[in-house]
Design a protein around this ligand. Structure first.
Ligand code: G3I
Length: 444
């Protein structure tokens, strides 16, 4: 018996959210009492992070560092981990500025996104004129050396950055790396996995926000292909640099959802939106809601702290003004993060198992909180049941009732009667993954 999928409807609600509908009501409002007062803490309520790009040269600026330490729980080096910064001469690695950022972040209990191991741009001079197998080997050595140096310290690496062409082709961008062979991207991912098996490995690009764009479709097909062939990819980064010529698309949620459905995390990695006032605030709100509506959208990073820190400062695209004051866009993002706007538990492959001799297990939703939800299973057909409950990572079952439970693995619980009837329950700490568990039943 398949279960009711009422909660799925909640996800579809969000597809309308980037139209101007949601806007004005929450912009400018103060956080509700009990709500988190910083971006990072607010994001953590749904198991997500809120990060920023950091420049090593600004760490001595106390206004900058004060906002960084207070507001953000994930850090990306804006330029200091790029190929030209970390391997200025072939075989000679330079980590000083990158280390300053990584150490500052980790000392403050923040995590780090690594950006970026392989890219056609920002290559050191010695690499720019290389080609063929010597370039391929140099690139792979770079990936291996840098990922090994930072092994265990990086939450997610942008393994390959911006490898797809703009425009209508949907294909790869021409570059010296592309000319070493179409498999250069998967080769980079395999090298990164070997060097740091604990880091999530991402493909990262811009202009991939609109689901109907050829570039988005091209990246989607590559990720689909990688997943089908076992190429180690864990996540897709959407840079999300928006302005009036490249506005937040109305189908943004669809894009994030469709990539997530391939079995990867999605992350908004370099968010900035040119503009000001309530217009800018509404667009930030829409992007934040789109992420919260996708269970596997694990976090948002803005590309800088104050407007004056931005690579396009004249567009005032960030959440703090040049003096470090919170803008309307800041408040709208914080309020969305605090609003609990999330899809709620989502129906997946929940099953019963009549093959076990007429035993049926039915899952139903219980209460929901920002970090956990309850579920109940009712068994019919026998009083002598054995029910297997499987949750998906990073979920964990942290409490059970009306059952005697044993564990086959961290994700798989076996439940048996404990004299309290044929309905039992459990609490799942979801870590941002709102999928329902799958349940199956057999007669004991
Ligand atoms: O530090 C030097 C300085 O000493 C020198 O005087 C000055 C003038 O030449 O240049 C300074 O370096 C600049 C660096 O930013 C630091 O400010 C580089 O020229 C400049 O090219 C570099 O721009 C960066 C750009 O990537 C190119 O790597 C931006 O800061 C950075 O925000 C931007 O970030 C990229 C992401 O990595 C990928 N996605 C797009 C995003 C925006 O372009």
């Amino acid at each position: 018996m398949t279960l009711t999928a009422k909660s799925v409807a909640r996800v579809t609600l969000v597809s309308a959210l980037l139209t101007a509908v949601a806007g004005a009501a929450i912009i400018g409002a103060s956080p509700a009492s009990g709500a988190a007062s910083t971006l990072g803490a607010a994001a953590q309520q749904s198991g997500r992070y809120f990060g920023t790009a950091v420049a090593a040269g600004k760490l001595g600026d106390s206004t900058y560092t004060g906002i960084l330490n207070r507001e953000f729980d994930m850090v990306t080096a804006e330029n200091e981990m790029k190929m030209d910064a970390t391997e200025p001469n072939q075989g000679q690695f330079s980590y000083g500025n990158a280390d300053r950022i990584v150490n500052q972040a980790r000392n403050q209990g923040k995590r780090v996104r690594g950006h970026a191991l392989a890219w056609h741009s920002q290559q050191p001079g010695w690499m720019q004129n290389m080609s063929g197998s010597s370039l391929r080997n140099a690139m792979l050595n770079h990936v291996t050396q840098v990922a090994t140096y930072y092994r265990g310290k990086i939450y997610a690496w942008d393994v390959v950055n911006e490898a797809f062409a703009d425009g209508s082709s949907g294909g790869r961008r021409d570059s010296n790396l592309q000319r070493t062979g179409n498999d250069w991207i998967e080769a980079a991912f395999r090298a990164a996995r070997s060097a740091d098996p604990g880091a999530k490995l991402c493909y990262n690009d811009y202009n991939t926000d609109n689901w109907s764009h050829a570039k988005t479709q091209g990246v989607y097909r590559m990720v689909q292909d990688f997943k089908s062939r076992g190429v180690p990819i864990d996540c897709v980064g959407f840079q999300a640099h928006f302005n009036s010529g490249n506005p937040v698309p109305s189908n943004y949620h669809t894009t994030l959802q469709n990539f997530a459905a391939l079995g990867v995390d999605v992350q908004i990695t370099e968010l900035d939106i040119e503009g000001s006032g309530s217009t800018q605030a509404q667009q930030y709100q829409g992007v934040t809601q789109a992420c919260l509506a996708v269970a596997r959208c694990t976090g948002i990073t803005v590309w800088g702290i104050r407007d004056t820190d931005s690579w396009r400062a004249s567009g005032t695209p960030l959440l703090f003004d040049g003096s470090g004051n919170k803008k309307a866009a800041y408040t709208s993002v914080l309020n969305v993060l605090n609003s609990g706007t999330n899809p709620g538990p989502t129906s997946t492959t929940t099953s019963s198992n009549p093959g076990g001799g007429g035993c049926t297990a039915t899952y139903s939703e219980g209460e929901k909180w920002s970090d956990r939800f309850n579920g109940n299973v009712t068994v019919s057909g026998t009083d002598n049941w054995i029910v297997t409950v499987t949750v998906s990572s990073p979920q964990r079952i942290i409490a059970t009732w009306n059952t005697s439970a044993t564990w086959d693995s961290a994700n798989v619980m076996t439940a048996r009667p404990n004299g309290n009837g044929n309905t039992f329950g459990f609490t799942i700490q979801h870590g941002g993954n709102w999928n329902w568990p799958s349940v199956s039943c057999r007669v004991g």
